[in-house]
Design a protein around this ligand. Sequence first.
Ligand SMILES: Cc1ncc(C[n+]2csc(CCOP(=O)(O)OP(=O)(O)O)c2C)c(N)n1
Ligand code: SF4
Ligand SMILES: [Mg+2]
Length: 281
Amino acid sequence: MSAATTAVEHPLLKYIRPSAAITANCPGCGNGVLSQSILRAIDDEGLDLDDFVFVSGIGCAAWIPSPAYYADVLHTTHGRPIAFGTGVKLAAPDRRVMVISGDGDLLAIGGNHFIHAARRNIDMIVVCVNNGIYGMTGGQVAPTTPSGLKTVTSPYGNVENVFDISRLGEAAGATFVARWTSWHARQITATMKKALNHHGFSLIEVITQCPVQFGRRTGIGNTVQMMDYYRKNSVRLSRAREMSEEELEGKIVVGEFLQIEKPELTDEIAKLRAKVEKGEA
Ligand SMILES: Cc1ncc(C[n+]2csc(CCOP(=O)(O)OP(=O)(O)O)c2C)c(N)n1
Ligand code: SF4
Ligand SMILES: [Mg+2]
């Protein structure tokens, strides 16, 4: 008796460019989980990928949208995706701009673009893929690398302090801020759906496993061990509020930190332009 087989297509495959079905990322990298969570949110919301412009810089995370997403994708220079995204949004305010890039890209070389885009509250979603290291270039220290970690550029241990990306975004003026880890695939999707309906600068920080450059240096280990580490050490914001600083030591506080309404840059420019054209400014 021969068993009948039915080919089932992955429901998100329609969003992947046919010529780009192979990823540049390593097996077990957290970027795959994150990519799926982002596309699932877009699918659940019934949005058209043609309305988006995805922007990335240079690094492993930059390969999440590029060239894979079957949409307009700008794969830009290291540190500059928010600057390119700002240009796109100002030239075409009706397009949805989503920047997906690495912690080094957005917070080291690109740190100034990050804080000023947040300050301006320009309507875009920035997904900061925080693997705690420069993954693509071989494991150099980043502003997110834990103190003490031995990397290629800190062979005796990292002596620098660490950026808290979400708190930085919040302080700079972002109007939607959330943090999850790659263990929280469903929560990333739920948060992304809210960000897709938020008008202003949305920051979603996702702590992702880089087993190749980070896991083996920290001793946290392989993909499964890193995911397990995130599961065990993540603390929801509501619980974290009741914990002392000592209790929070080494923990990853996750959740939706902020959602507020504030004037958005492209709206303000449009209003000003109308006034100028009427001779009222
Ligand atoms: C102007 C410039 N400086 C440095 C580099 C080298 N470079 C490419 S990617 C990268 C860091 C990538 O780290 P991150 O942004 O965290 O992304 P990941 O690979 O970890 O996802 C660096 C330093 C470059 N391409 N251009
Ligand atoms: S080096 Fe790390 S971040 Fe880059 S693709 Fe490999 S596992 Fe992912
Ligand atoms: Mg990185």
